[in-house]
Design a protein around this ligand. Structure first.
Ligand code: AKB
Length: 319
């Protein structure tokens, strides 16, 4: 990874991943790709080049790859699960037509490609507890349909054309820097904001609904480590289950109350998000990632909660 293009660089993952690679990989040039209306600001803008990179514009992407001699593309452009249900055609366009543009450019120009998959690639008929790496994937959301197709198309380009495609299935990602938007797991970020501000949190996901979650530093580490993994050890490519914690809303609220006892929560279950959550795994088995490229998370719910609260109080200037 020397010259990297991060598509979707101003999103929840992209904003932090771009900065991590710029900081930690010496000699790297990381181009922050964005779409008009989501321009990079602050350190993202100031610490390296940025370019308009719309996944649906193949010519524009190819020109960026040529201009910066890009060798690795992080394709993070996507509508999250609940938004995708509202705009399924747009989700298809970004997630499928966009992916095809990127894979074709990668094939022609020899780039490696990371396109994340998700717990959303599973469905109601998937075993929900210790979901295996290789199992039934019949998702019922359009987001899930595009994620399974992403996995298959990425593997196809690897086997047929030798494109170095690799990926992980992200759980719900929790971070204090950039908010997610339109996801089913967003509640697990939003509750921290309510807690530090002293506001009541209205939870759209019902008590007892388990989902895999992960703190952003672990997710970023996975996104980088998988691209550096020794290819001769990889039995799988698209995509690896990765896991660090699984909880239901009440368990998270109790954990936050150890730091902020006054947290108040009311449930107003959103049927769209709840149906999606019910179709997803409770917890994934990530033993293949552990054995094929030494995946190991650092944060559990307690350490994440302490870190989230500390940084959110700083960010929001709430001591
Ligand atoms: C979502 O909730 O849509 C995402 C995901 C788990 O892929 N956070």
């Amino acid at each position: 990874m020397k010259n990297v293009l991060v598509i979707g660089s101003t999103g929840q993952i992209g904003s932090e991943l771009t900065m991590k690679i710029r900081r930690e990989i010496p000699g790297s040039t990381v181009v922050a790709g964005f779409v008009p209306g989501a321009e990079p600001k602050g350190e993202l803008l100031e610490t390296g080049p940025s370019e308009i990179a719309n996944v649906c514009d193949a010519k524009q992407l190819a020109a960026i790859v040529d201009k910066y001699q890009i060798d690795t593309i992080y394709n993070l452009a996507a509508l999250l699960s609940a938004t995708a249900e509202k705009k399924p055609l747009l989700a298809w366009d970004i997630q499928m037509n966009g992916l095809l543009n990127i894979l074709e450019i990668a094939r022609e120009k020899g780039c490696a490609v990371f396109t994340p998959s998700s717990i959303g690639s599973f469905g109601p008929s998937t075993p929900h507890v210790n979901t295996p790496q290789d199992t039934i994937q019949r998702p019922t959301s359009i987001y899930g349909v595009t994620k399974v197709a992403t996995e298959l198309l990425s593997d196809y380009y690897f086997h047929k054309y030798g494109v170095d495609t690799r990926s992980v299935r992200f759980p719900g990602l929790i971070s204090y820097k950039t908010l997610p938007g339109g996801g089913t797991t967003d509640y697990a970020v939003e509750v921290y904001y309510s807690a530090v501000k002293g506001e009541e949190f209205v939870c759209p996901i019902g008590a007892g609904t388990y989902m895999d979650m992960m703190y952003m530093p672990d997710a970023l580490k996975a996104a980088v480590d998988i691209m550096y993994a020794d290819p001769s050890r990889l039995v799988h490519r698209n995509s690896f289950n990765i896991a660090s914690m699984s909880f239901e809303p009440e368990t998270l609220f109790e954990c936050i109350r150890k730091e902020i006892p006054s947290l108040k929560v009311r449930y107003e279950v959103d049927p769209v998000r709840q149906a999606i959550a019910d179709s997803w795994p409770d917890c994934m088995d990530d033993s293949c990632a552990r054995s094929e490229w030494d995946w190991k998370p650092s944060f559990d719910m307690e350490s994440m909660t302490k870190d989230m609260i500390l940084h959110l109080r700083e960010k929001l200037d709430l001591k």
